[in-house]
Design a protein around this ligand. Sequence first.
Ligand code: WTA
Length: 646
Amino acid sequence: MNQHVFPVPSALKSTAHVDAQSYRELYRRSLEAPEAFWREQAQILDWMKPFTTVKNTHYSPEDVTIEWFADGTLNASFNCLDRHARARGDEAAILWEGDTPGDTRRVTWSDLQQEVSRLANALRALGVKKGDFVSVYLPVVPEAVAAMLACARLGAVHSVVFSGFSAEALAGRIEDCRSRVLITADEGMRAGKHVSLKRNADAALEGLPFVEHVLVVRRTGRDVPMTPGRDRWYDEALAEASAECPPVAVGAEDPLFVLYTSGSTGKPKGMLHTTGGYLVHAAASFKAMFDYRPGDIHFCTADVGWVTAHTYLIYGPLANGATIVLFEGVPSWPDASRWWQIIEVYKVNIFYTAPTAIRSLMREGEAPVRRHDLSSLRIMGSVGEPINPEAWLWYHEVVGKGRCPIVDTYWQTETGAVLLCPLPGAMDLKPGSAAKPFFGVQPALLNGEGTVVEGEGSGNLCFADSWPGQARTILGDRERFLKTYFGAFPGFYFTGDGARRDADGYYWITGRLDDVINVSGHRLGTVEVEAALASHPSVAEAAVVGMPHEIKGQGIFAFVTLKEGIPESDALRRELMQIVRTRIGPIATPDRIEWAPQLPKNRSGKILRRILTRIAAGDFENHGDTSTVADPAVVAEIVRRVQAGA
Ligand code: WTA
């Protein structure tokens, strides 16, 4: 795996923002003098009131404190808009490409500034003020960007919910942050199909009387029910609002957004991000890791519902004044050349996507790529899951023609911005490795006993000390925050991932060590899927594990025990698939459901997932230590069924 090394292209060596020597020097300085280092980095933003303190962080068992630039004030929307609108208002901020080819919009910096100001005023008229939560359930349209920035303009906190999530998933996320306002659309468009967002939103709001206002973006113009007194058309509300809205001064430690992600228990966690540290980390890392140059066109394929879009489609690029391509559709529709066509048309320079998509496009062969001129590409990124060397090489050779460095960026919803990645002008690339720590970031591998592994080796991937983009808490559940991230290895932040460090100090992520699975780069808690399955009246119990999947990275394997007397049938399998889609969303649909007369448990009744994970991976022999299984015959029966069904 280690034999392929791709050196820094010579052109980049001399021109990149960060070269090999400056990486070493800056990285050393970022650890030795973090205050001075981050004080300089923070100058990438405009502050309203400059901060005097940089960092107040402790990870000791008695005290977890995470504060950055605490006494400074700023406004995120000012940094992402006004300062660019002032200098070059007529240039494009957003190049929007709709689901249907040919459906496009060009939004300039001044257009966006005006839209954001109007929306901020419209929200204010609905009673939204600093510190209030606003939920956003929108497709990838410019209004989604406007919604986020309009909240930021008022100091309100946005909670974007992926538009592929079900009504029930949306309801849970609105209830948790108790937003009184929801911004949604009549419908979304995906691969030519209409997605009924307003209908989902209506269903979600049935049990949530505290939601007083719904702004509805006209995306497709189809007729949707509007509840009088509660629902308003977005365009009508904006038409009445003034296009002047001075940005509110927000404390660096005031929240900017909450974003829900899956953990190892059933309830999604609302990761709370604050304004100053997050925006510094997002902006500085965007510039360094993509070696951003003024004038670059940046295309990040993530949906606005995920953290990747928050940080590297919206906040990081816009803070730098980058022009972003916003694409509503999917890479495979109308055909597999859709992304390549977009790159050609918009002359994209920086392209950022996920391994799953690369693997599925790889299957379509080289022809769809070769049909398009991709010579504008300079830097390409990967995020969300480990990238297998085969997909890396295809991406590098076929898409990037061997010219473009691939920046494999490792980070999490919780980390806010990147922690590990090769800086393209500074580091040789090894396919499949997220290379080295970003500035100020101190990775540590800890073994099962909690001892730090030095040099080459593997372990639990942890980080010593804080970085500015770090989530400050789980909304409403500080205990869970402390326990999940700081409980396992006192003094360290624990990611939940395993990693290996090679002789050159490069990190290789080996995947999640907890009950989180990563399906096509989307995080899902196995417990959430189990709860959805168990809500079916015929199900006694369910256990869900990840299984290797050629395209998705991981697929979902569900072992289901039916209630006494319920016959096993394919119709029931389909019903169970459907209940998961309804309760969570299509991304959580199991790839395989196998009936299990009983689940393997230990003597105290705990399901032994470790064994099920091996069986799901097709490993029928090696179950490790089975001495804890209460009834070994249960395992044998499951193996028999899985083998028969495979
Ligand atoms: C995984 C996405 C390997 C990892 C930004 C992490 C990765 C989880 C990489 C976070 C990468 C993310 N290589 N694995 N470059 N990037 N992961 O919160 O398991 O959606 O813990 O954030 O994705 O997923 P999340």
